[in-house]
Write a new protein. Structure first.
Length: 134
């Protein structure tokens, strides 16, 4: 995948979220970590239809879905404010599915690509390699 200089890369799963920016002008991505962002999981109740009970005890999945919705909201806001002009999202498959439900149309218009893979906790070099081979 070819990344323009300045593109933002979001790496997420159901519990972790990191942002990077491509600083390379050539075909090989070079990522710099951006400041950690606070993800609001209270406002975005992605799993409003899911209730935890003894019959359905998966509150952990509901929390992960809310986290993904919070990530999408944060990315949507940055796109709408013009702070993100090119975006790649790398996320664990379940998290990516939940993220997609919350994309704003403006985010979709600047989305360079998605990689359905859990790379949270991996080195920057591994993330760069995954992007280059996508």
């Amino acid at each position: 995948m070819q990344l323009p200089k300045g593109a933002t890369i979001a790496v997420a799963d159901g519990e972790k979220f990191n942002l990077f920016q491509n600083v390379s002008e050539d075909a090989i991505p070079k990522l710099n970590a951006l400041a950690e962002a606070d993800v609001d999981t209270e406002t975005n109740n992605a799993s409003a239809g899911r209730k935890s009970s003894s019959a359905n005890p998966d509150q952990g999945q509901a929390n992960e879905d809310n986290f993904a919705a919070g990530i999408a909201d944060l990315l949507n806001q940055r796109v709408l404010k013009g702070r993100i002009t090119g975006l790649v999202i790398i996320a664990a498959p379940k998290a990516l599915g939940e993220l997609r439900k919350h994309y704003h149309k403006e985010l979709v218009s600047i989305l360079i690509g998605e990689i359905s893979k859990d790379l949270t906790g991996h080195s920057v070099q591994e993330i760069e390699k995954a992007i280059a081979s996508a």
